[in-house]
Design a protein around this ligand. Structure first.
Ligand code: AMP
Ligand code: GLY
Length: 427
């Protein structure tokens, strides 16, 4: 079959790598793709949110399946758009419809969902401009630090952890009264701070049954030792050593099953990935957030540990017989190190010539922000390249990924050389 994959990051490069291996994939298109996805399919110069152009392309090129990488097209309703069109509705979409995508698109919706279905999460209340005074009073009664979350999508910047009451009040006012995050902060969730270790669990569901994919840990801060500004993600590790039998059983029983059942009870159809951001608080899992897509750079590690044909699993989602499909996972360890542009996550330059990729020995190289300029690969984003190594154990995977990251060069190159170091200490 012909498959159209939407997106342009490292996540999509990893998806393209995996989908292209499927015996069910004849032709793979990636819109818009990047310098690396072109190795596995045909890049198509379309924006992932231009539904009309995507629909037209799908018809013209006999696309049989649409796989959506990022959240934006899902939250804006690409699945609904396909379903509403007589000529497109036969094309299965991997990714939820707009109602389900609200699990990521609205923090208030997702908190309400968790409360309704008794899924463990931090205590919270939501406020709007009209209830700003109540919100300020509520802050007076809360412990510090306290977490403020813009309700809508804010390009990963909408979560603030405030250490002082004065700071929390200033930020709440800025979000509600001064639209600090635009429309996204018309509503704000104020939530209890949870202290623990974070990890992400990924689920693929057809709306009835589900498969739990390998879990992963993301390294969000720019600096070594988890210091400095937040980024889109500087690396990932899968499996996560502390997420063993007992903890994962709690995650499945208390979170995964009630989530899938809750969607069903609420009459929300859901076909796609659920990315559950969790906090392990003294061995008890709490949901920090839902995303309705896979993570980046988690996908780069997770997909290396899925031995099954991914397209076959997608067919199970599309045909609602996922329960009959088998998922085979590798017990090896995958480590991803993200190479970023100098200055990221602040201002950074693009267009730096890249070299050394041919010297990588024990890893896969997934492009995130690159472009091919007359055959020369140049940097074209903040996160530039993901280097992923799959080895027998965490130590070896860390060593290989770090060594290979060092073999790629461009002006201003930076990567964290401590990805996985915290987990090595725990082992
Ligand atoms: P999000 O944008 O929802 O992924 O949140 C960004 C980051 O803020 C998360 O990855 C956590 O590190 C942190 N965070 C969010 N909510 C909480 C919470 N209730 N307690 C502690 N940290 C949190
Ligand atoms: N790495 C975090 C995310 O994809 O949201």
């Amino acid at each position: 079959m012909n498959i159209l994959l939407l997106g342009s990051g490292g996540r999509e490069n990893a998806f393209a790598w995996k989908i292209a291996q499927s015996k069910h994939c004849d032709q793979l298109f990636i819109a818009p793709g990047n310098g690396g996805t072109a190795n596995y399919g045909k890049n198509v110069n379309l924006k992932a949110t231009d539904f009309e152009a995507i629909g037209e392309f799908a018809l013209k090129n006999q696309v049989n399946m649409l796989v959506v990488g990022p959240e934006e097209p899902l939250v804006k309703g690409i699945h609904d758009y396909f379903l509403a069109d007589e000529k497109l509705k036969h094309i299965p979409v991997i990714g939820p419809q707009q109602t389900g995508a609200q699990l990521e698109g609205s923090k208030d919706f997702s908190k309400d969902f968790m409360q309704r279905h008794k899924i463990p999460t931090a205590a919270y209340r939501s406020f709007t401009k009209e209830t700003l005074e109540e919100g300020l009073n509520y802050l007076d009664s809360q412990k510090l630090p306290i977490v403020l979350k813009a309700d809508g999508l804010a390009a990963g910047k909408g979560v603030l952890i405030c250490e002082t009451l004065a700071d929390a009040k200033t930020e709440l006012k800025a979000m509600l009264a001064d639209a600090k995050f635009g429309e996204a902060s018309q509503k704000v969730v104020i939530e209890e701070f949870l202290s623990g270790i974070e990890l992400s669990v990924f689920v693929l569901t057809d709306g009835n049954s589900y498969k739990i994919l390998p879990e992963a840990k993301d390294y969000k801060r720019i600096g070594e030792g988890d210091t400095g500004l937040n980024t889109g993600g500087m690396g990932s590790v899968s499996p996560v050593s502390f997420a063993k039998g007992d903890f994962l059983k709690k995650v499945e029983e208390r979170i995964v099953i009630p989530t899938v059942e809750g969607l069903k009870k609420d009459g929300i159809p859901y076909k796609g990935f659920i990315f559950i951001g969790l906090m392990n608080v003294n061995g008890e899992p709490y949901v920090i957030e839902y995303n309705v897509r896979m993570g980046d750079p988690e996908t780069e590690s997770v997909l290396l540990r899925i031995e099954s044909d991914l397209v076959e699993l997608f067919q199970g989602v599309a045909e609602e017989n996922l329960a009959e499909k088998e998922i085979k996972l590798s017990d090896k360890t995958a480590v991803t190190v993200m190479l970023v542009a100098g200055g990221y996550p602040g201002d950074y330059e693009k267009g730096k010539v890249m070299s050394g990729m041919e010297n990588v020995r024990d890893s896969l190289v997934f492009h995130a922000g690159t472009e091919a300029d007359n055959g020369v690969i140049k940097t074209n984003g903040g996160r530039v390249i993901a280097v992923t190594s799959l080895q027998d154990n965490l130590f070896d995977a860390v060593q290989c990924a770090i060594a290979d990251a060092g073999r790629i060069y461009y002006d201003g190159r930076y990567f964290r050389s401590d990805i996985g170091a915290d987990l090595l200490k725990l082992d």
